[in-house]
Design a protein around this ligand. Sequence first.
Ligand SMILES: NC(=O)c1ccc[n+]([C@@H]2O[C@H](COP(=O)([O-])OP(=O)(O)OC[C@H]3O[C@@H](n4cnc5c(N)ncnc54)[C@H](O)[C@@H]3O)[C@@H](O)[C@H]2O)c1
Length: 250
Amino acid sequence: MFKDKVAVITGSASPQGLGCATAEALAEQGCNIVISDINQENCDKTAAMIAEKHGVKAVGVAANVTKKVDNHTLATSAVEKLGRLDIWVNNAGVLRDDLFLRMSEEDWDLVQNVCLKGVFFGIQAAAKVMMKAKYGKIINISSVAGLVGSPGQANYASAKAGVIALTKTGAREYASRNICINAIAPGYIHTGMTGALKAEIQAELAKMAPLPRQGTPADIARAVRFLASSEADFITGVVLRVDGGAAIGL
Ligand SMILES: NC(=O)c1ccc[n+]([C@@H]2O[C@H](COP(=O)([O-])OP(=O)(O)OC[C@H]3O[C@@H](n4cnc5c(N)ncnc54)[C@H](O)[C@@H]3O)[C@@H](O)[C@H]2O)c1
């Protein structure tokens, strides 16, 4: 399905994370991969694992998504190293949870910068390259927190809601260039990020989904892969919940 295509996935170096699972799901179907994250060594390790396991080309390119220049360098590196850029997944994210009255300005800014401004810069960088090819798929990782709110996550939930508005706005702006921009809103998935939450909060989150099992990184990865594929060529500006039904009707 993705033979000779090239995908960039931000925040994808952690082997337990949604980004790495997405890289694997795409590589499984022949996609060449740029693993990007803040640490070059971790990017290289994950890229080497993907290349060996799936027999595709994979390279690591460090980029801090909060820096506009890093996003542009990442996009041009994909073309320089792997020849093209077809798919861009804005996946990098951080949590700095606290209640409204206790949340510091620093934690507000960090989460907005990574989760919202990073996605804005990512869309800019990807679209600039994709416009020339008149083809592209951009997938933004939002969250059900951005749809229904989440106590203790004012910074995160508002950034993730902003990602939905960026997705819809970008989809409208770039449709005429044949660039589809969609969002995934995952529910609770056990990863390095959520593993750092208190055990009782993790248990509470896991109980929110009506489907009788926990979601996995592969569940999210397969949804990203669908939106990145030609099966989704007439889909742009949607927010696909992959949450076991947690936000049904909310
Ligand atoms: N795990 C969940 O339950 C869940 C639910 C909804 C949404 N999400 C979203 O899914 C995405 C992936 O999260 P995850 O659960 O795999 O967590 P994760 O911590 O494994 O992955 C996030 C990655 O982003 C990277 N990152 C952080 N700041 C960065 C920066 N400035 N520049 C580049 N990379 C940076 C981290 O190094 C990390 O590898 C995030 O956007 C997260 O908000 C996760």
